[in-house]
Design a protein around this ligand. Structure first.
Ligand SMILES: C[S@@+](CC[C@H](N)C(=O)[O-])C[C@H]1O[C@@H](n2cnc3c(N)ncnc32)[C@H](O)[C@@H]1O
Length: 178
């Protein structure tokens, strides 16, 4: 659906509090100079901490106003803002990391894309619905990245980690190369 035709609900969002955004980035162990994708970057809640950790960031955001605000906020930082549907994104051809709190509605296709055979993904820390994290770490799909990645359930997030709080519980899905 074109951005202009999106419903209010589709644009509904649950930004992380600054405290929790800092925790997610610290937990991801980002190193200076790393290329990191923040997918569904919002107003830059995670992006700001990624920049502080020394990352070069590609901030992907579909909402035109949020993308504009990101460009303004990070005009002097090593941040490239890409206004696009994350699922239409061309992934970098060099090794990259992902630290993101993406829209929950695209969790599965986004993971399929990141874990595709030609992906140069090195590591990802994704804030996702806890049920999705369970499915990828305990269930049938737990071996989705077999041979290449290890998928584990990371830190659970209380609903108060977001403002406004979402209706579902969340957790970090940790993806690491073997
Ligand atoms: C859960 S919010 C996360 C915001 C911020 N990263 C944070 O951690 O607080 C998800 C963001 O993804 C954006 N978004 C929704 N659908 C998208 C899509 N298909 N591709 C890229 N961004 C999308 C929304 O506009 C929103 O800003």
């Amino acid at each position: 659906m074109p951005a202009s035709g999106r419903s209010r609900r589709a644009w509904g969002w649950h930004p992380l509090t600054d405290e929790w955004a800092a925790r997610i980035v610290a937990g991801a162990g980002v190193r200076p100079g790393q290329l990191v994708l923040d997918i569904g970057a919002g107003r830059g809640e995670l992006t700001a901490h990624l920049v502080a950790a020394g990352a070069r960031v590609i901030a992907v955001e579909l909402h035109p106003g949020r993308a504009r605000a990101l460009r303004e906020r990070f005009a002097d930082a090593p941040v490239t803002v890409v206004q696009t549907d994350a699922l239409a994104l061309r992934l970098p051809e060099r090794p990259f990391h992902v630290v993101a709190s993406p829209p929950y509605g695209i969790s599965s296709p986004l993971l399929d894309m990141l874990l595709a055979p030609r992906s140069r993904l090195v590591a990802a820390d994704l804030v996702l619905p806890r049920a999705v994290v369970r499915r990828y770490t305990e269930g049938r799909r737990a071996d989705a990245g077999r041979g290449r990645w290890i998928l584990t359930a990371g830190r659970p997030l209380p609903r108060r980690a977001f403002r406004p709080p979402p209706r579902v519980d969340s957790a970090v899905l940790v993806v690491r190369r073997r």
